[in-house]
Ligand binder design. Structure first.
Ligand code: FES
Length: 161
């Protein structure tokens, strides 16, 4: 199966998609170029005295490649220690799909960015709507308030909650 088929396969049955209500941490990244966004939630547990990722989930307001990579990545992260997860790069996360075409490399990088933000415990980038401003355009809500969203250039795909 080539990469395109694997992506189609992954998005036909994405794993770990949706908000994790009991998450310990969440990270969100957006790409102003394509207007896509990925948010990742992590739940930690402890194994042999080490902090490990028990579960990971995601939402992607983005393209199919980002959804496919996030689906693979959230599966891959289960049971990894924080150090192991920190060492993962976008190419590792998208590895099960095969090499991404150059135009799609940033889709994998978005997933890596969301993972890094979540590992940092950056839940601050989830402002309440009243706090969100166009200035915080690297957040989901910030982007939603950004001019591009208001003018309809960004498309929000509602995922199951
Ligand atoms: Fe931008 Fe895929 S095209 S995340």
């Amino acid at each position: 199966m080539n990469t395109e088929d694997k992506i189609q396969d992954a998005i036909a049955n994405p794993q770990n998609m949706g908000e994790m209500t009991d998450a310990d941490s969440v990270g969100t990244v957006g790409n102003p170029e394509c207007g896509d966004m990925v948010r990742m939630w992590l739940k930690f547990s402890e194994k042999d005295g080490k902090k490990v990722i028990d579960r990971a989930s995601f939402q992607s307001f983005g393209c199919q490649t980002a959804i496919a990579v996030a689906s693979m990545a959230t599966e891959m992260l289960k049971g990894k220690s924080v150090e192991e997860a920190e060492a993962l790069e976008s190419t590792d996360l998208s590895e099960p799909l095969g090499p991404l075409p150059p135009m799609k490399l940033h889709c994998g990088e978005m997933v890596e960015g969301a993972l890094r933000a979540a590992l940092k415990g950056d839940s601050e980038d989830c402002p309440e709507p009243a706090e969100a401003s166009a200035a915080s355009s690297n957040t989901l809500l910030g982007d939603m308030n950004a001019p591009a969203m208001k003018s309809g250039r960004l498309k929000v795909v509602k995922l199951d909650e």
